[in-house]
Design a protein. Structure first.
Length: 261
């Protein structure tokens, strides 16, 4: 029997962490103990495919709107943010991001948006916000490793060093969730917009188009590998299911129900 939203033990909080340019192809070369712990004790895939072109805006838009940008039929096409707000106007949603264009994902009338950097200082600021406000949805998108890789290359030593640094930021954010008393009712979702090859990511090749997806926390299967290739537009429907929300009929993505216990 297939699952539905009503069959799932829903989380009260969701933390999405995105790394711009995080590629599946180099996962075995990066030392990321906090992320690896989430993989070992959660559900994951290294076989999630982004949309073409393999660039940032079409893919972040597809990730948060549950459908490729070419199928988004209006300026107010529903996003994971708007469907949460439609169900609960008082929901506390916060969007921390480094890349300015991500402001187009949300309205400042609906949520709080903050600019950050890929560093410890920003991670500590995010941690302080989570501990003080206990948001229902926290979206955090770092601009690394993309920036450094355009200069030094994907799969390079500095790529791996950057992923190790970002892993430490995950640890800071996770600890904040624990300190806030939210941990037992939180799901973490980690993913990306595209990978990369040499110093670019636009060619239609697997190193550019395959991205990680890690889902960890309340009600999520332990050590589960998603047994099929999902699309980046399946992430928003899966986040909606985690929170117990119905999926808009306009979304073309599907919830990955196999991850739920």
């Amino acid at each position: 029997m297939s699952q539905s939203v009503t069959d799932i033990s829903h989380a009260k909080h969701l933390v999405f962490i995105g790394f711009d340019g995080w590629a599946s192809a180099y996962m075995d070369k990066s030392d990321m103990p906090f992320v690896q712990q989430m993989i070992n004790n959660g559900s994951s895939s290294m076989d999630v495919t982004n949309v073409r072109p393999s660039t940032s805006w079409p893919n972040w838009s597809a990730l948060f709107h549950g459908t490729p940008i070419s199928n988004q039929t209006s300026d107010n096409f529903p996003s994971i943010i708007t469907i949460i707000k439609d169900s609960n106007e008082q929901a506390d949603i916060v969007f921390f991001h480094e890349w300015g264009s991500l402001e187009n994902i949300y309205s400042n009338d609906d949520i709080k948006g903050f600019r950050i950097k890929s560093d410890i200082e920003s991670a500590n600021e995010i941690a302080d916000y989570i501990k003080e406000n206990k948001p229902l949805l926290s979206i955090i998108v770092f601009n690394e490793p993309d920036s450094i890789c355009h200069r030094k290359g994907w799969g390079s030593k500095i790529y791996n060093d950057t992923m190790e640094m970002l892993d430490n930021l995950v640890g800071i954010i996770k600890q904040a969730v624990i300190d806030a008393g939210m941990y037992d009712n939180t799901v973490f979702v980690l993913s990306s917009d595209h990978g990369g090859f040499v110093k670019s990511h636009q060619l239609n090749v697997a190193r550019n188009r395959k991205i990680p997806l890690v889902i960890y926390g309340k009600g999520i299967k332990n050590g589960f590998k998603i047994p099929f290739s999902a699309g980046i537009y399946d992430i928003a429907p899966t986040m909606a299911a985690i929170l117990g929300l119905d999926i808009p009929v306009l979304w073309t993505g599907h919830s990955i129900f196999e991850i739920f216990e």
